[in-house]
Ligand binder design. Structure first.
Ligand code: NAI
Ligand code: ENO
Length: 378
């Protein structure tokens, strides 16, 4: 039993627990990896698709997997619903018809909370308790292939217990989630959707609209795409997110999104007015206000949009350099999550973008590469 659980008697080898994960994709798979192999813990995965269940086991993400909801749910102590938002309510319905272990906790990881939490309140869950959850980290990637033990580390994990949920039940879930190393924040479901709509869902919509706008211009001139390699590519990363996952999120948060889009239109119209009036001071003021607020954002904390830590290394343009850097990092046991050659500057032979999931890895990599005389910048 690892240190962080020594004071929690409910989880130990003589009192084993079963955790069922429905939908072992990016988030379900990452949670499964946090739980699997802990003493006294059994992790079972569920998918509607047999080939997917075989893949979950073959990749070592779960102990076993099944296509039967009833089999996965039977005697489970914790049930994590990790399917797209549009499917969550069906799963809650199906579980409400099954004989679940009395006192078990059902939770979800959906990016919106009000609809699923209100749906669960309406049902009698036969002695089970529903607590909404949202791990606020992820990436534009999807599927179990993208799952990682470290995905949620240092991220916020929001829980939205309904009124009347006992402290002790919330406490049990919080204890279990310590294995993710995320920071728990509790709020109500409606407030969650307002805030997350603004800081995550709206930026995803803006990124998609921006990319589509530029793609339109590119149809008549290929140079748009070629020159968009640097900053544009970085700020629009989230436009590559899974279309079905995001269709569900935006529809589920529809009312909030409609208001946010109207507010966004007002902000953009303000810019258009300032340009029309050639109001330089007004434009500068917009940048000043934004810069002031942005400087108050938490520094380099793992958050919704920036869930990776990156640095850039200028490299001489010769074959083998990528392998050399990857080997140096590997020998120092620094976990590199991605390595990419980018060609955004004409004045240096090449730039490598190194991505890490932990800020400690970024710090160690930067120090190591600088000591090896590489030019490293953030
Ligand atoms: N992608 C992200 O960065 C984050 C996503 N979330 C939420 O996590 C949930 C899962 O998202 P991801 O793990 O990103 O997606 P994913 O596509 O990686 O995983 C989804 C899982 O659900 C299964 N699934 C898909 N359609 C299904 C259906 N119709 N019926 C049953 N199972 C189905 C898939 O087989 C897969 O195992 C979503 O509710 C999403 O809103 C929460 C935080 C971050
Ligand atoms: O890729 C990113 O940076 C994200 O924003 C990931 C993300 C997607 C959905 C969520 O509900 C939470 C986080």
């Amino acid at each position: 039993m690892s240190g962080e659980f020594s004071d929690f008697k409910a989880f130990n080898e003589s009192n084993p627990i079963k955790i069922a994960i429905f939908g072992v994709g990016l988030i379900g798979g990452s949670l499964a990896l946090c739980f699997k192999g802990r003493p006294g813990v059994e992790v079972v995965g569920h998918s509607v698709n047999l080939a997917s269940t075989e893949k979950y086991v073959a990749r070592g993400v779960v102990d076993w997997a099944t296509t039967s909801v009833a089999e996965a749910a039977k005697d489970a102590d914790f049930l994590f619903l990790c399917v797209p938002v549009g499917r969550l309510e069906e799963y809650v319905d199906e579980l409400s018809r099954l004989p679940l272990k009395p006192g078990c906790i059902i939770t979800d990881v959906g990016s919106t909370k009000a609809s699923v939490v209100h749906h669960a309140i309406k049902l009698s869950l036969q002695g089970a308790v529903f607590i909404g959850g949202h791990p606020m980290a992820g990436s534009e990637r999807s599927g179990v292939e993208a799952a990682s033990l470290h995905l949620l580390e240092n991220a916020f994990y929001v829980l939205t217990p309904a009124e009347g949920t006992s402290e002790s039940d919330v406490g049990k879930l919080e204890q279990l989630l310590k294995w993710t190393r995320a920071h728990i924040v509790k709020t109500d479901a409606v407030q969650h959707d307002d805030i997350v709509g603004a800081i995550s869902h709206l930026p995803h919509m803006i990124a998609v609209a921006l990319v589509n706008q530029i793609a339109g211009y590119n149809e008549s001139n290929e140079l748009y795409r070629r020159l968009a390699a640097g900053g544009f590519r970085d700020i629009t990363r989230i436009a590559s997110s899974d279309p079905m996952i995001w269709r569900d999120i935006l529809l589920s948060n529809r009312d909030v999104m409609l208001k946010l889009v109207r507010d966004w239109q007002e902000e953009i119209d303000r810019f258009a007015d300032l340009l029309e009036q050639e109001d330089g001071e007004g434009i500068a003021e917009q940048f000043r206000r934004a810069g002031q607020f942005r400087s108050q954002l938490p520094e380099r904390r793992k958050g919704m949009i920036t869930s990776i830590y990156e640095c850039y290394v200028d490299v001489p343009d010769h074959p083998g350099i990528i392998g050399k850097i990857a080997t140096e990092l590997g020998q120092a046991k620094i976990n590199l999550s991605n390595l990419q050659i980018i060609e955004s500057r004409e004045d240096v032979p090449g730039i490598l973008r190194l991505s890490f999931q932990l800020s400690e890895d970024l710090d160690r990599a930067t120090a190591l590469l600088k000591s090896l005389q590489y030019d490293v910048h953030m």
